[in-house]
Design a protein around this ligand. Structure first.
Ligand code: F6R
Length: 643
């Protein structure tokens, strides 16, 4: 984590354009927070203060609102303030940025539904003060409808406060690349990437509308105050382009560079590509702690295309890193130090190697036989993300347990479920229950949520697949635990809130096993995904259990989920795989048949999970090789978490 840059400011204070500290590159004021929750609460408070100020003046407060995952926690905090602190929305008029087109208001994917579900149904806003572009207007009326929407905003004197998210295309609202700086409210064709990002919510790309109605860039830019929210690593590249790039219609968010009162509110991961965060030594003098040194030397090796041991004093001086040499002496000494540091992360003994000096190894040698829990958010992350390490732990005689935190039932397609039902009909041809479920699945419409029976069936499909895989790795069934955490069991993509029950289930398992090692998916800043919730529930359990004596001997290792890998400087343990071990891992992933070939929640990467896992593990091995370390077929990477 790049804690050094976290902004702990308790006020999101506006600074004039041009007054940016510690950077030569940034063109938009931005603040970085450790967590999206902390940031969202502050944004909500700024909105609430504005509403109250306007109320005192007897004025209407005009809010421009966004949907998507980014503003969800802002709305939660506003609702909390309404309930607990009497914040009233009676003087508030809202204009939503956009809506899919065409779409019905009762479609659960419509922004109409979203806004009522997250905000409007829970506060005292007057129905007539809510404005959301209407996804049901006819084609002929659309043009005039957009003009009227724009005029209505202007009739209130424009927007006082505009909340924004940012798409990976750089869109604000649905102003996709190519939008004009002065554009007004209009219909627009959505970019492919935007549709892919929405495909999870719509249960498949084919269901995502191709068009939308959106406020224009010009509409947004007329707002008196703008706050754009971005969370998670997926936004890091586009945030860098928006803040540091030249203004261009190809990245519409860059148009905000010329707005006088815009703040980008980021979490650490979304800010991670900014120059001042990624390579701070290029923009300011740094306090060189061990992590920063490792990061900087790896970066230098990458940009010069040289292994550690060939970096020269000149390389350091030419690339803004003379400060590090002042502290460390010569490049020669520093290179060897970094080489050894990375070398010591590599081990073929993830559970520790018995009877050897472990002072330079990532894991302790004692106890020789460790109790291990591998927490897997979905029933396949264990083998996808750490299948090689999992197999080694079993082969090396440790007592390994796998705990699948959620049932993963939502990711089983109806076609897959039907297949199993039809097979079961062969054995049980008179079952009216099976007939009923087959009928339900065949006639299910887009908005129908799976019945409990169907969810049970889909859960058991994933259970059988998991058992097939864990048996293949050599684990006995009693070491496999299906936690089916309740927060996940909504039957929809939107999950429930973590509760005491989820935490208790986690605590009970840890208490039973008293592990020496815990592995978990460490997707720290994925704001809406199941992985983040599964990590949060582990952290909550650790908070409760950390004072137990057995926990003093428990080390926690975080692997990364299906999408991203740790950066080399973050890796504390690197477990290499031979070509045969890679094949074995592939086979274990294959047992998860419902997740193969056209899986439901693929994101914008249409490689299958086993291909992604192999590419990623090979890429890590190549990075080690390029740094001048040994040349392995593949490497799985872990970061130690201290609790
Ligand atoms: C939503 C909107 C979009 C989203 C953007 C980011 O009203 O206008 O611009 O803000 O697509 O979406 P999330 O927040 O889901 O990543």
């Amino acid at each position: 984590m790049v804690n050094t840059v976290i902004n702990k400011a308790k006020e999101l204070s506006y600074r004039e354009a041009g007054k940016f500290e510690e950077t030569r590159f940034e063109k938009i004021h931005n603040v970085i927070f450790e967590s999206s929750l902390e940031a969202s609460v502050l944004v909500a408070h700024e909105i609430a203060n504005l509403i109250r100020r306007k109320e005192e003046l007897n004025e209407v407060c005009v809010l421009g609102l966004a949907t998507g995952s980014s503003p969800v926690k802002v709305y939660e905090e506003l609702v909390r303030m309404h309930r607990e602190e009497g914040l009233s929305f009676k003087n508030v008029v809202t204009f939503n940025l956009d809506e899919y087109y065409p779409i019905d208001v009762d479609n659960i994917q419509s922004y109409y539904y979203f806004m009522h579900d997250h905000l409007f149904n829970h506060v005292d806003i007057l129905h007539e003060n809510i404005n959301i572009p209407d996804g049901t207007v006819s084609d002929q009326d659309l043009h005039q409808y957009c003009i009227d929407y724009e005029m209505k905003i202007q009739s209130y004197g424009g927007i006082d406060f505009q909340l924004l998210g940012i798409g990976r295309t750089g869109h604000i609202g649905f102003n996709e690349p190519g939008s004009h700086i002065n554009s007004g409210t209009r219909a627009i064709t959505l970019d492919y990437i935007t549709r892919v990002d929405a495909s999870q919510a719509f249960l498949g790309l084919k269901n995502v509308p191709r068009k939308a109605i959106t406020m224009g860039v010009g509409t947004v830019r007329k707002a008196k105050r703008i706050m754009l929210l971005a969370w998670g690593i997926n936004k890091a590249d586009i945030i860098k382009q928006a803040i540091e790039g030249e203004m261009s219609s190809q990245v519409p968010a860059t148009y905000l560079q010329e707005h006088e009162n815009t703040t980008f509110v980021l979490d650490v991961e979304a800010s991670s590509e900014l120059t001042r965060v990624k390579t701070p030594w290029l923009v300011k003098s740094c306090r060189w702690d061990d992590e920063l040194k490792r990061r900087a030397v790896i970066w230098l090796s990458e940009i010069t295309n040289k292994p550690f041991l060939k970096l020269t004093d000149k390389d350091y001086n030419d690339n803004g890193m003379s400060g590090i040499l002042n502290e460390e002496g010569t490049a020669y000494d520093l290179n060897i130090k970094m080489f050894n540091k990375m070398q010591h992360t590599i081990t073929g003994w993830p559970g520790g190697k018995r009877d050897v000096d472990d002072s330079c190894r990532p894991e302790r040698s004692e106890p020789a036989k460790k109790r291990v829990i591998i927490f897997s958010p979905h029933p396949d992350d264990d083998v996808i993300s750490m299948g090689g390490t999992f197999a080694r732990l079993v082969e090396q005689g440790h007592e390994v347990h796998v705990a699948y935190q959620t049932s993963g039932n939502i990711a089983v397609s109806n076609e897959e479920a039907l297949k199993f039902l039809e097979v079961s009909k062969v054995l049980n041809s008179n079952s009216t229950e099976v007939d009923g479920i087959i009928h339900f699945l065949k006639h299910k419409s887009k908005n129908d949520i799976d019945t409990l029976e169907v969810r049970k069936l889909k859960t058991s499909i994933r259970k059988s697949e998991s058992l097939a895989a864990t048996r293949y790795v050599g684990l006995s069934d009693e070491n496999v635990h299906f936690l089916e955490l309740p927060f996940y069991e909504t039957g929809t993509v939107k999950k429930g809130k973590l509760t005491e029950i989820d935490i208790e289930i986690m605590c009970n398992l840890i208490e039973d096993i008293k592990p020496h090692q815990i592995y978990a998916a460490g997707d720290l800043a994925d704001p809406h995904g199941t992985h983040k919730v599964c990590l949060d529930v582990l952290f909550e359990a650790l908070k409760l259990l950390k004072f137990k004596s057995y926990m003093k001997n428990c080390w926690v290792w975080l692997y990364r989920g299906a999408w991203h890998e740790w950066e080399p400087y973050q890796i504390d343990m690197a477990v290499p795989m031979s070509p045969d071990q890679v094949l074995k891992k592939r086979q274990a992933i294959f047992y998860h048949q419902s997740q193969k070939d056209g899986v439901m929640f693929q994101g914008d990467d249409n490689r299958e999970f086993w291909v992604r896992a192999e590419d990623r593990n090979r890429a890590t091995a190549k990075k080690y090789k390029d740094l001048g370390l040994a040349d392995y077929e593949a490497i799985e990477a872990f970061k130690r978490f201290y609790f």
